[in-house]
Design a binder for this molecule. Sequence first.
Ligand code: FAD
Length: 392
Amino acid sequence: VESCKYTGVVEDCCCDYETVNVLNEEVLHPLLQELVATPFFRYFKVKLWCDCPFWPDDGMCRLRDCSVCECPENEFPETFRKPSDVLRKEDLMCQEGKPQAAVDRTLDKKVFRGWAEVDNPWTNDDETDNSEMTYVNLQLNPERYTGYTGPSARRIWDAIYSENCPKYPSGEMCQEKKVLYKLISGLHASISVHIAADYLLDEATNKWGQNFDIMHDRVLRYPERVRNLYFTFLFVLRAVTKASDYLEQAEYDTGNSDDDLKTQSLLKQMLYNPKLRAACPLPFDEAKLWQGQSGPELKQQIQKQFRNIRHVLSLMDCVGCEKCRLWGKLQVLGLGTALKILFSLEGDNHLQPLQSQRNEVIALVNLLNRLSESVKLVHEMAPSVMNISGQF
Ligand code: FAD
């Protein structure tokens, strides 16, 4: 609780809703759509096993023995370890059987010829457990309705929220927890938007399309969720632009120089976009979080709170649908990368030089794209929601 006692208005940003919508629609969304389709950004390395270290006694995974916990139990907060409620077996089964929940693992062999898998000098990429990892073409696996629902999904969201928004007895939430809560709520809203925007309307005819009721019931009728979505978008955008120099100098080698030059050019167009820099130079001001603070220990404690995102990432192994697990892992890793970029502090005040794995950068950019899509969809599907306008 001590670590939470500090001031600084996190919500304050320099861009209003309208500016965000215009910048997103004119600049960010088109560039991001092209960027995530490039060979460098469309492949994500991921362990897709349903390999849940929590609730080990409930037989959640069919594919593998989930009682094998890969991490020491004491690494996880108490709330994650408790087998909170006992659920029915059929509620816990992974749902890989459903076609819409399964991941398409097709790889484009041409792209992988010359793919620099090891020793990428800027990544530190951990390639040691490759036998467990799969490359997935994200373009073939859009985030959308999968049919994953019920107590299993609910339990994961509950665990994430209960871990990341504990309140003071007074009912107030501390600032850094508030940021984490808003990020998770924003991500949750974005996932719901994608489910609603690409929904299986008729199973018999395999008809897909927008489901406005779901969009309204899960997101639009809660202005707070819409606000958190915009907040998360700006937060991740800030991380990406803060890491501009690093991202510009990184290697995007996939063996085809035309592709790689295009990737770099698109990135530069986004990172140094004059419109973006003029209209929204500081999408989120992380320095405000530290304002009025003294003492390196305090800052380190706050930083530690943000590392909590690691626990959220481990929870993704318990998501009982392969495609949801893929996007859950990618987006939480993307959030973790954004937090690392914005809050990696060493000792007193010195920023550590940024070191990112290739997969982290891929996750970060794809997360930004997902959020950008959600912001666009929310704006298109519910212009009236924007009446909540004003500053963040
Ligand atoms: P849920 O979305 O499960 O929400 C549970 C509760 O959380 C709500 O009742 C509400 O109290 C609270 N809540 C909801 N939204 C917010 C918010 N934005 N901010 C704060 N609180 C909120 N399903 C798919 O079809 N496709 C997917 O790709 C997919 N990916 C998933 C990824 C993860 C990591 C998880 C945990 C689940 C995923 N699901 C996916 C399932 C989906 O998110 C829902 O859980 C499911 O559709 C059931 O929805 P629901 O209406 O019961 O509410």
